[in-house]
Every structure is written in structure tokens, then in C-alpha cells.
Write a protein that binds this ligand. Sequence first.
Ligand SMILES: *[C@@H]1O[C@H](CO)[C@@H](O)[C@H](O)[C@H]1NC(C)=O
Ligand SMILES: *[C@@H]1O[C@H](CO)[C@@H](O)[C@H](O)[C@H]1NC(C)=O
Ligand SMILES: *[C@@H]1O[C@H](CO)[C@@H](O)[C@H](O)[C@H]1NC(C)=O
Ligand SMILES: *[C@@H]1O[C@H](CO)[C@@H](O)[C@H](O)[C@H]1NC(C)=O
Ligand SMILES: CC(=O)N[C@H]1CO[C@H](CO)[C@@H](O)[C@@H]1O
Length: 421
Amino acid sequence: MTDHSSTRTRVLRLLRNVLLIAIVLTACWMANRTLTDYQMSLRHNANSAEGSSAQRNSNLSQIGVSLSVVHDVVLWTRRTGEIPVYRIPVLTYTPRGHLVAIVEGRKESWRDSSSKVFSVKRSTDEGATWSSSEQWIMDDGKPPTDVYSNLGTVLVDDTKAIIFLMYISFGIRPMRSLMLMNSTDDGITWGRPRNITDQVGKRYVTHPSPGHGIQKKHDPAKGRLIVCGHGFHDGKGLVLLLSDDHGVTWRHGAFVPSVPYQNNLDGDFNPAECQPVELPDGSLYLVVRNQHQYKYHCKMTMRSFDGGETLPERFIFLDRSLVEPRISSGWWYHNGTMFYSGPKSETGRRRMYIRWSHDCGRNWTSGAEIWGNLAGYSTLTMLPHDRNHLYILYERGITKYFDQVTFTKIKISMEKCRNAE
Ligand SMILES: *[C@@H]1O[C@H](CO)[C@@H](O)[C@H](O)[C@H]1NC(C)=O
Ligand SMILES: *[C@@H]1O[C@H](CO)[C@@H](O)[C@H](O)[C@H]1NC(C)=O
Ligand SMILES: *[C@@H]1O[C@H](CO)[C@@H](O)[C@H](O)[C@H]1NC(C)=O
Ligand SMILES: *[C@@H]1O[C@H](CO)[C@@H](O)[C@H](O)[C@H]1NC(C)=O
Ligand SMILES: CC(=O)N[C@H]1CO[C@H](CO)[C@@H](O)[C@@H]1O
């Protein structure tokens, strides 16, 4: 090699390194810049009751609530056989005032990508007794298959008396389909699922989060059906799916993408499984799994004041009192009280708690322990005609957090504190 050509090689190598460094620096700067935007807007406590009529119009802080367990029913159990594992509790009231519970039966293994059935049980006596046999309303087929489906959001159109179940189905990559089935006879029979992928657009095909969606009871957008989902075609984050014609057509509303500045490492802003409620002022209040434990091991909460079209950044909060070990949680609002369920642990799926707040999340009680051992996903509901009980369906166990899917009926007692007189 001549001196001349080796100098040229050295210059080229130097140029290449300078270019690489510039690319890396630009990427870091861009990622950090987006992240900083979120950091500035994410407040560290839930000061999210602003504008809520629930807080302005009543003396809720003067009312005490106590919870007591009425009874427990184990609905599904891990075992050997065709369906070794049941996971992902979904629970709803029905138009006629009954209860429907749905879980995934995982055929091959405990893995999320296992081929599955969706198994349903019903109760027509406020949770005292349940169907003895399970009904399968979806079956991915005999394993090994290339197809698997994940639960799933249930929601009731109260005006039309229809129960909907929305879920995602995976085929040979990259096929992802958003599926919707319904029951018009109170959850006894379910129709064939419809593929609504093209309605919402491939990009917004999301995992409808485990638990419930809502129908808005107040303006804006009274009557709208809302499903909260996590993950979408080319990334992660949170998507709201909306229907203004009683579930016939769906489109996407608010969209909060993740900020993966470290390749999905701890600390990323990555909102995941979410549950919505509506407050009396017509706003939406969401609890969101903080998948990469952005800043803290606690939930994110979000608000929407336009029926789910937007989730403004300045109303995204980290609620440090709702600690979580990356998990999907229960969320319910009734008559001035917010209820939350989830494992009270920053690190492990154990100790199922129900907690409540009388000021829309400004202050949370320490709550009541429902199960002291291993515990995972949970969901909450109430019956329209009986506001004195809260119902939780959750994963719990001794050897694994999903040994059982258990239903628990809880009595709520509202007591006025003495100093309120
Ligand atoms: C709240 O309490 C005060 C007195 O303690 C009473 O005057 C007021 O009417 C109450 N407000 C509501 C909405 O109940
Ligand atoms: C659902 O529709 C999409 C878009 O048309 C398609 O790609 C997908 O294969 C369909 N899925 C199922 C399960 O039919
Ligand atoms: C409910 O399910 C039936 C049966 O699959 C279907 O024909 C109907 O379009 C569905 N309705 C809605 C609103 O999705
Ligand atoms: C709502 O709470 C108030 C106490 O603040 C109680 O008097 C009322 O009966 C409750 N309403 C319902 C529907 O539970
Ligand atoms: C009743 C009660 O505990 N209120 C507290 C709620 O939280 C705020 C701060 O977020 C406190 O200032 C209140 O005292």
C-alpha cells in the first residue's frame, strides 16, 4: 500500500466515524427531546380532580366507606388436561342485571401466545351461584396452530341492551385482526365475530385491554361506546376506539404513543393496559399500566374532556400512591367514589387490594386486602340495580399467581363521619 492510499483510508474512516457519531447524537437528541416533553407534562401526583363536578358538588370527604367480603367463588382452576391454564379475567354486569365472567383458556402453556378458547360463566343471582359448566364462545383451534387470540374488552350498550366483546387475533405475521362479537340475549348466546380491522385502520389495530369499556352517560358524546387498547401496528402506546352508532362502526380517537428512547428498557414512557370510567362531568378518567416503570413503579392516569378524541399531555399523571408491579388493574366509579383493584406491591404479583378515593384520585385510602398471597390481573364491576356491592374477578394463587380465577362479592357500607353532622 502506498502512503497516499493509506492516508485516504484513514480520512475515509475518520469521516465515517464522524458521521456515525452525528447520527447517534441526533437520535439521542430527538429521543430525549420527546421524552423531555413528557417529563415536563407528567406531574408526580394525581391532582386530577380539577373540573370534576363530583368534587365540587358534594361533601364527599365527609363520607366513610368500608368494604366487607360477602363471599368468594373460584370459577376456574389451573389443572392438567386440555386447558391447563386460565388467565385474563373479564367481568361485566348485563342489561338484565346479571353477571357474565369471561377468561382465556390457554391450551398449550401459560404463554400469551398460546392457542386459546374464551370461556364464559354466568350468574343470575348477584354472584351467589355460577354456571357449573363453561361455555366456549371462541376457539383458536387445535394446537399447534399459527393463530391465537387475546382477551379482551367487554362493554354494554345500555340503550340497545347489547353486550360487546372486542379482542385481537393474531395469524401468520404480520396479520393482526381486531374482532368484535356481541350478545343480544344478556350473554346467553354470542354471535359470530365481525372483523373490524378495516374500519379502524390497520395502524390502529390494538389489544383491547383486559376488563371493561364504557358507554358515555353524559355529554360530550353521550351514548358513545369507548374501548381502551394498548399497542398498535408500528409501536407501543395507548389508543381509544370509539363508536357513535351503537357498535356498528368504529374508529380511533385519542392516541398516546410510547417514547422508546432506550429500546424498551426500564424507564421508557410506555402506557399499556388501561381502563376507562366516566365522571359525572362527562370527562373520562383512565388508569394505565406503566409498563416500563417510567419514573416510578406506579400507575399513570389520563383524562379526556372531549369524549375520548384527545388525552391532553398536561392531564397525564403518575399516581404515586397507586403502586403496581406492571399489571392490568380494576377501575370503577360510583356516586363520588373511585374504586381501584390491583396487587399492592412494586415488584411482585401478590397481595390483591381494593382501594378507594372520595376526591377522584387526589387521595387514596390504604384500602382493604382481598387476598394476601400471589395475585395478578383484576377487574371490577357493579350491578345497575344494586349499588351496595362491588364485584371483583381476579387471578390469585399459592404456587403461581394464576392458580385460580376467583370471583368475590364485596359489600360497600357508606357511613357519615361524626364530624360531618
Ligand atoms: C356541604 O356541607 C355544608 C355544611 O357542612 C352544606 O351547607 C352544604 O349544603 C353541603 N353541600 C352539599 C352539596 O351537600
Ligand atoms: C381481518 O381483516 C383484515 C383486513 O382486511 C385482514 O387482513 C385479516 O386477514 C382479517 N382477519 C380475519 C381473521 O379474518
Ligand atoms: C352482532 O352480532 C351479529 C351476529 O354476528 C351481527 O350480525 C351484528 O352485526 C352484530 N351487531 C353489531 C352492532 O356488531
Ligand atoms: C350516593 O351517596 C349518597 C351519600 O353521599 C347517598 O345518600 C346516596 O344514596 C347514594 N346514591 C346511590 C345511588 O348509591
Ligand atoms: C382529606 C385529605 O386527606 N386531603 C388531602 C388530599 O391530598 C391533598 C394533596 O394532594 C392534601 O392537601 C389534602 O389534605
